[in-house]
Design a protein around this ligand. Sequence first.
Ligand SMILES: *Cc1c(COP(=O)(O)O)cnc(C)c1O
Ligand SMILES: [Zn+2]
Length: 428
Amino acid sequence: MKFVCFDCERAYMLQERSNPFLCDCGGLLEVKHDFQKVDVVRLKLEFDKRLTERMSSWASGVWRYKELIYPEMPEAYITSRYEGNTGLYPSETLAQFAGVRKLMLKAQSENPSGSFKDNGMSVAVSHGRSLGYTRFTCTSTGNTSSSLAMYAAWAGCSSYVFLPRHHISMNKVLQTLAYGAQVISFEGTYDDGIRFSELHSEQLGLYVCNSINPFRIEGQKSIVFEIAQQLRWQMPDWIVVPGGALSNATALGKGLHELKELGFIDKLPRVAVVQAEGASPFHQLVAQGDVQLKPALNPYTRATAMNIGNPPSWKKALHYAILHTEGVTVSVTDEEIMLAKGMINRSGIGCEPASAASVAGLRKLAGAGIIDKECTVVCLLTGHILKDTEAIQEVYNGDRTSAAPTNPMLQTSNLTVEEVRPYIADRQ
Ligand SMILES: *Cc1c(COP(=O)(O)O)cnc(C)c1O
Ligand SMILES: [Zn+2]
């Protein structure tokens, strides 16, 4: 296992370049494994056997795949809340809504801190601890900080998180504070915070867990490993993922690439990356066939987790998710996102706004004939329904008519059968 620069291909030993993970040329580093000893048949059996574990690190939906993620990690540093292990739910209602034959939702919202960030953060914090760090930092639109704060607390370490003052969900700020993190709120965008932490963290003695941390990418590969194992290694035609900083799209693409190269799967699904219209520099790049990403200077979307104008991992995402899988990108409006969120909520799964971008994007791509209606599709749901309760409140206050709830709250003065009976009717 070593680091290789994604831009100039220079290789570094693991100890040589660990914080904040930039090559001398300024390029992002990525983890390259030595997979020569991987025995696919044996590992598939082993992965299945580990599903019966309850209390060891094999019970984690990330560390179960240790051989493909971080084989050298000593057990003593593994920092795990049994993350991953999330459901893959077929839904006929949502398939119909999106306009495809078969749709399954991978509910990463079921993670211990409520978002897919846990899959990567478990590995990043474990790595930081193996280097001797006890202070961790990140810049976040909210979920990364919740996740880091949780793992740092669990490891008996401290965390310092930089959160933009505006366009951020209060639930995520409160969750982060509740886990005991020091929250540093600043005037500016996510992109400003990223720049600050990358320049100054080493000097402050902080281990950086931003989305460019290559171990977060390694950990997030487990999402696609779980999907593959849950589907008995028979992959769907498409996997659809929301894109903000593009760590998830990168991890998805890299994980698929490695599964295919090693022979775990025969078929490489195509990847669709969905961005919100107000923060869609990656979609613009792909749609216009540009060679350089043009950052969105004033990004705005109601889906706060995707409110990112200058996604650091765009080159990796372009390589792994788009070029490598014949992937596509699409952008959706906030109204389309909120409409899909309403459908996902009422289907019984539920999610925060950014997650619903996957289903909204699928609906648009299927409507345009880019994703064939006969396809089998997996959509990633990235964050929990309670991650943004203001978004639910807005709907009830009537701020967003497109996602109007079917069940407005009813008021009764006396709780009697006579008063209540008229309200009990079949609802759709
Ligand atoms: C972080 C996040 C995203 C965006 O993922 P990236 O890896 O930054 O592209 C989408 N949805 C939710 C809920 C998130 O927390
Ligand atoms: Zn380089």
